[in-house]
Design a protein around this ligand. Sequence first.
Ligand code: ATP
Length: 212
Amino acid sequence: MLIGLYGGTFDPVHLGHLHAAIAVQKSLGFPTVRMVLAARPGHRGQPSTDIYHRWRMLCLACESYPELEPDDAEIARQGASYTLETLAAWCEANPGTVPCWILGEDAFVTLPLWHRWESLLDYCNLVVVRRPGLSSRYSETLTRFCDEYEVRQLNRFSSGQIYRCALPMENISATQVRSAIAMGEPVGHLLAEPVCAYIEQHKLYGITENAS
Ligand code: ATP
């Protein structure tokens, strides 16, 4: 059985993330998508917002969507949050399932920087979604990797595949949300309502005015 896993720093989780997770879940028929908080990402700068707040916002965002489950595996583990370790632990604990790691194309092009990236496909399939508004240049290494492993249709019983999804995505980023809040601009159209309320309540992102 294929299961969706969608990792992110979620600083904060926004409607672009939720739309991507649900669109892929429906399109590929996953029973669920687990939203994995990248607590201490290994290959990019550390998020400025405390893990506790990012986790609370992720839980609030998932509350309205039964098909999305917040996953704290990388919070519980000490040290850097390596996707490979998350996937290896998932496979050991859930035999008979094949995790499909969902990621935007901007993240996919950084894949060769990830810890033991060439082993990822031993544990999962990679499902790559479009990232409107961000340019994504493929290195030669990544192009060769795609040539070898990309499929047009996912085999539902095996790992080792790269599948690029043509589904339309929302042009929203957490960077845009953080800077809008800091400037006192409204962000109600970019965030789930309880996430918006949480940010206001805890005065996150240098909030200056009513963010709803
Ligand atoms: P930041 O602006 O801080 O870099 P972000 O919006 O890219 O944040 P992340 O938590 O870093 O959010 O992203 C987690 C994953 O979600 C990545 O694979 C990223 O490509 C993907 N993603 C983020 N926003 C969208 C979106 N609007 N549509 C599709 N995928 C997205």
